[in-house]
Design a protein around this ligand. Structure first.
Ligand code: GAL
Length: 354
């Protein structure tokens, strides 16, 4: 059934997706087409090879993303499973660069790359472009200067992802919405917080850190940073950091901001071990909408999260790759909206990802 919409994927759904950003993940599934129109397109993709580079398999959010990407490339677009090769960069840019070179030697038709370091995008782009292979970056956005030259030099290169400033702002809003009185347990007239950052090189991490606090200040509430450390998107690292912060600053810690949900889950372990209770004497926010975190929001052990729609991003990246293979004109930047998740909508977001 799902393959039915293939033939007009590019005529209708992609146009909609390009125009509206990632928007609604159901856009394509509502499209119907005839079986006659389907087969040439399906055949065209069945013979093509896709190389996918993920910065690190050991990352919860990127695991959801790559699983959805594989599923959609094969089940919806029509690539053969053996022609979709997904590799683990093991968080090492040298390893990933070798993988990209091997994909080029293997003659893949299109590459989807989640770079280890977005600052290395120019080198990746040059290699892939010189080989005449279209390239779709995902999740870690290259610099504006890098994106600008894709258009200027007419390269077949695009980026699909969300804007970290938006997720940061939504995190901050969730705390500001509670009101200073509800958060200011130590009554010093400020929100006293600790920040657990993703990774120092990542633009999303920088933006989430900055914009979460900016949103609180914009709401007219004063803030006081007690602690700010890098947890590398990792649950165990975040747990250790939050434990240290709680031991050092005790009850003065009113809010724990984590740049992602994996780290929020680690923070929650530390909070619980220190006999603190989210919603009663501390607040905790993350980003991603991992199922465990959504469950936490429903149960009240996490104050809120921000849904990072891996389904729509995976579908859009795959659609863009397919569109390049069709020889179509493709947007260079395709954005996607984050969604604020509190107890009120956590169940519906959970239903949509399961
Ligand atoms: C972010 C996500 C993090 C982590 C990171 C990897 O968008 O929120 O959990 O997966 O991407 O680059």
């Amino acid at each position: 059934m799902k393959k039915k919409f293939l033939s007009i994927l590019f005529a209708v759904a992609m146009t909609a997706s390009m125009l509206s950003g990632c928007g609604n993940s159901n856009t394509t599934s509502k499209v119907e087409a005839t079986t006659e129109a389907l087969s040439p397109t399906a055949k065209a993709f069945a013979g093509k090879k896709v190389g996918v580079c993920i910065y690190q398999f050991d990352d919860n959010f990127m695991t959801l993303f790559r699983t959805e990407l594989m599923h959609y490339l094969v089940d919806d677009i029509g690539f053969r499973e053996e022609n979709v090769i997904i590799v683990d960069g093991a968080n090492d840019q040298k390893v990933q660069m070798n993988q990209i070179e091997n994909f080029i030697l293997d003659g893949v038709d299109v590459l989807i790359v989640n770079p280890v370091n977005s600052s290395d995008a120019p080198e990746i782009t040059d290699k892939v472009n010189a080989a005449g292979i279209p390239l779709v970056y995902i999740n870690r956005e290259p610099s504006k200067a890098e994106e600008d030259r894709w258009a200027t030099d007419n390269m077949k290169v695009s980026y699909v992802g969300c804007d970290g400033r938006q997720s940061g702002s939504l995190q901050g809003e969730m705390i500001a919405d509670l009101g200073l009185d509800a958060v200011d347990f130590n009554k010093n007239g400020k929100v006293d917080y600790i920040m657990i950052e993703g990774d120092p090189e990542n633009i999303d991490s920088k933006n989430r850190t900055q914009y979460s606090i900016k949103a609180i200040e914009t709401a007219g509430i004063k803030v006081n940073q007690l602690y700010d450390k890098v947890g590398n998107w990792d649950q165990a690292e975040a747990k250790t950091l939050v434990e240290k912060a709680l031991k050092k600053h005790g009850k003065n810690v009113e809010v724990v901001f984590c740049n992602n949900d994996s780290m929020a889950l680690g923070a929650l372990e530390a909070i619980t071990e220190q006999k603190r209770v989210v919603g009663e004497d501390i607040f905790l926010v993350g980003v991603d909408g991992l199922p465990e975190a959504l469950q936490g929001v429903l149960e009240g052990t996490i104050t809120g999260t921000v849904f990072n729609d891996h389904i729509t991003q995976a579908h859009t990246a795959a659609d863009v790759a397919a569109q390049y293979l069709q020889g179509a004109e493709v947007e260079r930047y395709i954005g996607c909206d984050y969604v604020k998740v509190t107890k009120e909508n956590a169940q519906s977001v959970l239903d949509s990802v399961q």
